[in-house]
Design a protein around this ligand. Structure first.
Ligand SMILES: O=c1ccn([C@@H]2O[C@H](COP(=O)(O)O)[C@@H](O)[C@H]2O)c(=O)[nH]1
Length: 233
């Protein structure tokens, strides 16, 4: 049985590899894993990710691939040697791309290949601006079902859509949830947010938390405070 704090993955959004390693070392035992995304990967490449893995925690490689099926599948296979626990694509890449991504993830030995539904920094007005006139919830559930039908392990969604996705896709489908904001943290550019405790109560498998921890005066204390909030849920 997973402990609640192990559900926290910290978003290491920085270009500084030494700082990221130091932070990962300090947070080991307080959180479950590290998430590295476009900023870190663009600056430090696979060697940078390997350095984070060496700290001894699972890594979520959040590169959100969105391209033609062959390119996405090849990129996922290329990530195999980095041995991320989780890798992702955009569900809006469509059914063929999703199917090829799932196959490539399995071939590469990656535990969870998942798809981003609608970014947590977007709200209803943003969807309308890009010509999507369904509700955020309907669009997220549609993409989650498409992701599941094509063999992936789960989705990235906001905590606000956990209940309808669970209803549509069941309990085994993995829900990885950014847009997490403790009551004491600034919202920043996130629009669909929830507190860590409420997101876990709603049924999130993994919470992705960046700035509330990394930008805190004392990141270790911030992580400890969040972990305590999750204890006993
Ligand atoms: O819909 C999404 C998908 C990915 N993210 C990523 O999660 C972290 C969140 O960081 P915070 O500092 O806690 O806002 C960040 O790396 C995003 O790229 C997301 O926020 N929403």
């Amino acid at each position: 049985m997973m402990k609640a704090f192990e559900r926290i993955y910290v978003a290491l959004d920085t270009t500084e590899v030494e700082y990221a390693i130091e932070l990962a070392e300090k947070l080991k035992g307080l959180v479950g894993g590290m998430k590295v995304g476009k900023e870190f990967f663009t600056a430090n490449g696979p060697q940078g990710v390997a350095a984070i893995r060496k700290v001894g925690m699972p890594v979520f490689l959040d590169l959100k691939f969105h391209d033609i099926p062959n390119t996405v599948a090849s990129a996922i296979r290329a990530a195999g040697p980095i041995q991320p626990e989780i890798i992702n694509v955009h569900a809006q890449g469509g059914p063929e791309m999703l199917k090829k991504a799932a196959q490539a993830g399995r071939e590469a030995g990656i535990n969870w290949t998942i798809a981003v539904t609608i970014l947590t920094a977007l709200d209803q007005d943003d969807l309308s601006a890009i010509g999507l006139n369904d509700s955020v919830e309907d669009q997220v559930v549609r993409l989650a079902k498409l992701t599941q039908e094509n063999g992936l392990d789960g989705v990235v969604c906001s905590a606000k859509e956990i209940a309808p996705i669970r209803k549509a896709c069941g309990e085994d489908f993995k829900l990885i949830v950014p847009g997490i904001r403790p009551a004491w943290a600034a919202k920043g550019d996130q629009k669909r947010i929830m507190t860590p405790a409420d997101a876990i109560k709603a049924g999130a498998d993994v919470l992705v938390i960046g700035r509330p921890i990394t930008q805190a005066d004392d990141p270790v204390e911030a992580a400890r405070k969040i972990a305590q909030e999750l204890e006993g849920l």
